[in-house]
Design a protein around this ligand. Structure first.
Ligand code: NAP
Length: 282
């Protein structure tokens, strides 16, 4: 089984973007917005900052108190939306429960929504328009398949998970690539059989080891989006790698697979936003 490592995909993207940024009139700027001190957010913030630095993208971190009011949050968010020098905004989620997340998501400026969280970008992805920003993790799945040279045309692809962050947008991006897509969720009957029929299987359920030998068809390509912590406290995906290695033709590892590509896709979106904002050399 071939192991589809994210690092190679991330490095290729990073190299191309760094070359482009060198030619820009001023560096692209990403504002990161974190509310509180969630370890997951801090870790992603660090990873994003390192990746942006490699490319020449400036990061402006905004860290807001856990108990910030909706009104104050929106006041700051609006300032970022309006600030001319900022090209993209990355908002860490989930937000604390007392904040109205839906209202906040619908407020983000479409041209700065580099993580595809707002309704306008979501609509573009569903309409098959290519000038929107897809959620970075969903796009990272496509980048990995493209980099591996896997032609999706006419392929049977099964996605496990139907969230707005991954499952649904990735299904739309796969349809755009002419795949025949089935989306599974907790109410799916005979999940194993549906998965086993897939030529490409995307696991995005967030359940450690739920995809094993029973769920993977011979020579399938398996993309594991899940990030879970197993009983030993280690990071693992949704796929039982040991069980599928004699069956699948290729699979992404966790860690080191999809997650490794996500921040590069974010960078690609920030550079694209900077281009839209007129930072390309004439
Ligand atoms: P989510 O909002 O919890 O959605 C999970 C989806 O999986 C739901 O649609 C759920 O079905 C389905 N599901 C859960 N258990 C299932 C089961 N046993 N059988 C069939 N379907 C099942 O999670 P998410 O935000 O989409 O994230 C999914 C995973 O990706 C998580 O592990 C998350 O940590 C990871 N993630 C990875 C990255 C990355 O960069 N690699 C980025 C973000 C998230 P229902 O709709 O029926 O409930």
């Amino acid at each position: 089984m071939e192991i589809l490592k994210g690092a190679a995909v991330a490095e290729a993207l990073t190299k191309r973007l760094a070359e482009e940024v060198k030619t820009m009139t001023s560096p692209p700027v990403l504002a990161t917005v974190r509310v509180g001190e969630r370890p997951d957010d801090i870790s992603y913030e660090r990873g994003a900052k390192n990746r942006m630095a490699k490319i020449g993208i400036k990061v402006e971190p905004y860290v807001l108190p856990e108990d910030i009011s909706q009104e104050k949050f929106l006041e700051i968010f609006d300032q970022l939306n309006e600030a001319e020098h900022i090209d993209g905004i990355l908002l860490f989620r989930p937000l604390p429960k007392h904040l109205d997340e839906a209202a906040i998501l619908s407020r983000i400026a479409q041209d700065k929504d580099v993580d595809g969280i707002g309704p306008e970008n979501m609509a573009k992805i569903f309409a098959g328009e290519t000038d929107g920003f897809a959620p970075c993790t969903a796009q990272a799945v496509i980048e990995i398949l493209d980099h591996a040279g896997i032609d999706l045309t006419g392929k049977r692809v099964t996605v496990v998970g139907r969230s707005l962050v991954i499952g649904k947008p990735v299904a739309m991006l796969l349809i755009q690539k002419n795949a025949t897509v089935t989306v599974c969720h907790t109410r799916t009957r005979d999940l194993a059989k549906t998965c086993q029929q897939a030529e490409v299987l995307i696991a995005a359920a967030g359940k450690a080891n739920m995809i094993g030998a029973e769920e993977v068809g011979k020579d399938a390509v398996v993309i594991d989006v899940g990030i879970n912590v197993n009983e030993e406290g280690k990071i693992c995906g949704d796929v039982n790698f040991d069980e599928i290695k004699e069956i699948a033709s290729a699979a992404t590892p966790v860690p080191g697979g999809v997650g490794a590509v996500t921040t590069s896709v974010l960078a690609e979106h920030v550079v694209r936003a900077a281009r839209l904002h007129g930072k390309s050399a004439k």
